[in-house]
Design a protein around this ligand. Structure first.
Ligand SMILES: NC(=O)c1ccc[n+]([C@@H]2O[C@H](COP(=O)([O-])OP(=O)(O)OC[C@H]3O[C@@H](n4cnc5c(N)ncnc54)[C@H](O)[C@@H]3O)[C@@H](O)[C@H]2O)c1
Length: 400
């Protein structure tokens, strides 16, 4: 049934920090009027200049013309009060990650905006359902999970909480598409889709280093050359920051009441304790600041995962087949658990990883290429050696 409510032409962004400025930019460049509010005067005073700088860099790179950038900037208006957001058809909150703060913002938005305004949170780790629980009409609220940096990252997860009205999710989905983003649908769950399906990449990298005694640089090289990933798990942890990555790992483990697949790594705890936080600290799994952190890779002429074990060994070394087998099995397993729990469709899970993390292949499609029976056999061997972290998702057997 089609939704008779008007299309969204005006967006409000609440919180003009890293994410808010990025969201305002993509909304305005998508032709939407954009009202930006932040309680901090300095943030209100500088946000348009920050967006203007980003738009100018986009002109320099040929993403849009100077006229388009100027027209986009003209659609952005900074407002002095939250009530100034009232004429928006969609209000997106991007304030710090605190349940109490977000609940308070949404209660104020609910009071300020007309009934048909869709309310959205950009939270990446809180429950959309829990944030919406404080509202008189929680059905108008959902998650719009943009990724950082917003102008460069094409994925947005449209997250429905327990009470979200499907019509509101449809309207938000269309608005996000107008912003030039690839929107996927997700149900409210720990980590939503992309961050959850990406968990095994770093966690299994850390486990393999610990259990197999392989050097991190070798695992990274195998993932790049043998798996076709843009970077290996240890380079990724160094880029994101070991402390940030560990906080996410802790949050998954605690929220799930101790799911063994999501147990954080003691190796990573020690790295954080030692201050080896990655690029920002000048050292992590690699040393930074004295030229490139690693040798350039040879050209292999194939960015997709390489499934032929002989070719894999030729390209990425003698441990490649074991390591890619371990890594790929748990990546497929996590994505199939996500599918089985009804968090997202198969197509949306694959799109999330292709668009959100530039993976060479979606994880469900990867499972199909490897063969789900082979994935189960690898998981059962790992389970025998290392325990319940490797129990296969029951749906894997149905997919064989
Ligand atoms: N930074 C990321 O990589 C990233 C990625 C995805 C999602 N997120 C989520 O986006 C949200 C914002 O993150 P960020 O990195 O942009 O934070 P940030 O610290 O850069 O910006 C937060 C902004 O909110 C403002 N603010 C504080 N209290 C406010 C209030 N009561 N009303 C309105 N504005 C208020 C601050 O002045 C600041 O400008 C968080 O929920 C975060 O989890 C962040």
């Amino acid at each position: 049934m089609s939704d008779a409510r008007p299309e969204i032409d005006v967006v409000a962004v609440v919180g003009a920090g890293t994410m808010g400025a990025g969201i305002a930019q993509v909304a305005a460049m998508g032709g939407l009027r954009c009202l930006v509010f932040d309680p901090v005067q300095a943030a209100r005073d500088t946000v348009r200049d920050r967006i203007a700088g980003s738009l100018e860099r986009g002109v320099g790179r040929g993403f849009w013309s100077a006229d388009q950038a100027e027209a986009g900037l003209a659609r952005i208006e900074v407002v002095d009060t939250l009530d100034g957001a009232a004429e928006a058809g969609l209000a997106i909150e991007a304030v710090p990650e605190s349940l109490e703060l977000k609940r308070e913002i949404f209660q104020r938005l609910e009071a300020a905006c007309p009934e048909e305004t869709v309310l959205a949170t950009n939270t990446s780790s809180l429950s959309v359902t829990a944030i919406a629980a404080g509202l008189a009409r929680p059905e108008r609220m959902l998650g719009l999970h943009f990724f950082n940096p917003v102008p460069a990252m094409s994925l947005v997860e449209v997250v429905s909480g327990e009470a979200t009205d499907p019509g509101c999710a449809d309207r938000a989905h269309r608005a996000v598409t107008r912003m030039g983003k690839t929107a996927i649908r997700a149900q409210d769950a720990i980590g939503f889709v992309a961050n959850r399906c990406a968990r095994p990449f770093t966690l299994e990298g850390l486990r393999m280093a610990t259990e197999l005694g392989l050097p991190p640089a070798e695992i990274d090289r195998i993932c790049r050359l043998g798996g076709g990933f843009p970077m290996g798990p240890f380079e990724l942890v160094d880029l994101v920051g070991a402390d940030i990555n560990l906080a996410v790992a802790r949050s998954f483990f605690e929220q799930s009441f101790g799911e063994p697949r999501w147990r954080p790594s003691q190796t990573q705890v020690r790295m954080v304790d030692a201050g080896r936080l990655g690029r920002k600290a000048g050292r992590g799994f690699y040393e930074y600041g004295h030229g490139p952190h690693r040798e350039p890779d040879p050209e292999v002429g194939d960015a997709r995962p390489i499934l032929d074990p002989d070719r894999l060994t030729d390209i990425a070394g003698p441990n490649a087949a074991t390591v890619m087998g371990w890594m790929s099995a748990q990546i497929v397993n996590e994505s199939v658990f996500t599918l089985a729990e009804g968090i997202a469709t198969e197509a949306d899970i694959d799109t999330a990883m292709l668009e959100g993390f530039n993976w060479p292949v979606g994880p469900i499609e990867w499972g199909r290429q490897i063969g789900f029976q082979s994935v189960i056999e690898t998981l059962e061997r790992l389970r025998g050696a290392y325990g319940e972290a490797y129990r296969p998702a029951p749906l894997l057997r149905e997919l064989t």
